[in-house]
Design a protein around this ligand. Structure first.
Ligand code: UN1
Length: 542
């Protein structure tokens, strides 16, 4: 059956030079397509071709956000009383629809944020995997029966939903990450207000429509568009106003700390998945080709715009020169361009102009610190482009790959997340020094070691402070059923994915059912056990 996406969108006239449509986009509140109440809009632009406008979307006002929260609140009772297996069935339908529409969604995501077609395929698959995993979790969502210390009394635990969840995700993983959040949220019986990333509103709209097409009742997920400082902030303000029961946020550490403060003072649960300065250690016993491949992908795949991207490349001094020669060969031959036009591109444009500007500011830190730039030249344009660049650089927002050497622990660039195609290289004297360096940044999201020494691998995984560790693999590439998240400045200890995420979207409800017909007091009315008076002469045995 061919996949036909019923969008409900209207097309608008633009100067788009290509044949791609520009749409009038909507919020989805209580299942209804709505515009901002003051009718203001913002545009979504293709970062590989900034002449290509994907659409205009509501710049949601505080009133719009409040309407969305009210819709979620009103839908909560019915949804939370819907049997969990039924909720799971709807989630399963979502997964199957995502499979039907995968090609369309992959192209749409590539056009909206510039990630390569291959990576977009991987990401939509991660959203599908999440649906398939939680479809059957709807048939578990287990509680426990617990034995009472008193007779004729039963104890139980139940998982209960939290209420209305505010969902805020970033645009670098605009399909997998909101699914990581909302699928377990709704599986547990919560309802959501989803603030789409400013740079991926059309993809978010398509995903929310698919969720409704899958049988999701109106009001269970309400989509609002806008800026972080606008719609996102209004959603956080609603925590102070007592209207929200949970915030789940993926984004910068700075914003995450603010959200944590607001949630903390209101005793509202929050899941925070924040930045990383992920270390990758290479030891002399490693398979060099494999290590070069892993470090190169971790550093420059997705143009370095993953929270799990490689930050500090920590090389043992004995293999430093050999590794760097091989690594730089690859870096210098990097294929960069619009992957919907050219085959085999490693990475495409930056996610948007804002990400490009932030990245250019961030790499200034390396220069100020006196790190040695051995490759890279800022933004790519027609007069300044690497050999591997394909296409017209002036049309999009493309960056050179950057490599900085002689980075040391006392430099700011060792500690700061650069969020773009830049790797900082650090030399280690021995294993202990490498482990020390791997632990020395303020972040603790992902980490990796390449070694063929089992003891080193063991000592690394037990000595590193990070939420995720790869042994002989890159820092990125988490699977949909393992816990994802970090320690230190990378998050507040909550996890996404797998069964562990259920803790983040439900609370434990303990129930005791007294069948004795009388008031039995725990601890006080418990029968005392008398020990036998009989004495054993253990001395006989020796
Ligand atoms: C993110 O960068 O926000 O492990 C998420 C990975 C992906 C998810 C990254 N599966 O790199």
């Amino acid at each position: 059956m061919p996949a036909v996406l019923e969008t409900g969108l209207e097309f608008i006239e633009t100067d788009n030079q290509n044949d791609l449509p520009c749409v009038k986009g909507f919020n989805i509140i209580n299942g209804m397509l709505t515009v901002a109440n003051d009718e203001k809009t913002f545009q979504s632009i293709n970062p590989a071709n900034t002449d290509d406008c994907l659409g205009e979307f509501p710049l949601s006002t505080k009133e719009d956000i409040n309407n969305a929260i009210l819709a979620a609140r009103n839908a909560f009772t019915k949804w939370s009383n819907t049997p969990a297996p039924t909720r799971g069935q709807i989630i399963g339908n979502m997964g199957r629809l995502l499979m039907d529409y995968k090609d369309v969604l992959v192209r749409l995501q590539a056009r909206e944020i510039g990630k390569t077609i291959k990576e977009c395929g991987g990401e939509i698959q991660e959203a599908i995997d999440t649906c398939l995993f939680f479809q059957s979790e709807g048939r578990r969502l287990y509680g426990q029966t617990v034995n009472s210390e008193l007779p004729n009394k039963e104890l139980f635990t139940y998982r209960r939903p939290l209420g209305v969840c505010g969902i805020i995700n970033s645009c670098n993983f605009p399909s997998a990450v909101p699914f990581w959040k909302m699928i377990p949220a709704i599986m547990c019986g919560n309802t959501c207000v989803w603030k789409s990333p400013q740079d991926a509103p059309l993809l978010s709209f398509a995903l929310a429509r698919i969720m409704h097409q899958a049988g999701l009742p109106n009001g269970v997920i309400n989509l609002v568009h806008g800026k972080g400082s606008g719609a996102g902030q209004y959603l956080i303000d609603a925590v102070d106003e007592g209207k929200i029961n949970k915030i789940s946020f993926t984004g910068s550490t700075e914003v995450g700390k603010n959200i944590g403060e607001v949630c903390g003072r209101n005793l509202v649960s929050c899941s925070l998945e924040l930045g990383g300065k992920n270390p990758l250690v290479v030891m002399p016993s490693a398979d060099m080709e494999n290590a070069v491949q892993g470090a190169y992908w971790a550093g420059f795949g997705t143009a370095g715009q993953r929270c799990t991207s490689l930050g500090n490349l920590i090389l043992h001094e004995d293999i430093y020169d050999e590794f760097m020669e091989k690594f730089m060969q690859k870096v210098k031959s990097t294929l960069i361009g619009d992957s919907s036009k050219y085959e085999g591109m490693l990475y495409g444009p930056m996610l948007s102009e804002k990400y490009a500007n932030d990245f250019l500011e961030a790499i200034k830190i390396c220069e100020i610190d006196g790190a040695k730039k051995i490759y890279g030249n800022g933004r790519i344009d027609s007069k300044n482009k690497p050999d591997g660049f394909h296409g017209d650089p002036d049309k999009g927002i493309f960056m050179w790959p950057h490599v900085y050497e002689n980075v040391t622990e006392n430099m700011n660039c060792f500690h700061e997340e650069l969020f773009g195609p830049a790797v900082t290289v650090v030399k280690a004297k021995d294993f202990d020094h490498a482990l020390h360096l791997a632990n020395a940044s303020p972040y603790g999201l992902s980490s990796a070691i390449y070694t063929n020494d089992r003891m080193e691998a063991y000592l690394f995984k037990s000595g590193i402070r990070s939420g995720m560790t790869s042994i002989n693999n890159s820092t990125s590439g988490a699977e949909a059923h393992l816990p994802f998240g970090g320690v230190k400045n990378s998050g507040n200890g909550t996890r996404e994915s797998g069964i562990w995420v259920i803790e983040a979207y439900s609370y434990w409800h303990a129930v005791n059912d007294e069948l004795s017909g009388k008031l039995q007091l725990a601890q006080m009315d418990v029968d005392e056990i008398e020990m036998s008076e009989m004495e054993v002469d253990w001395a006989q045995l020796s």
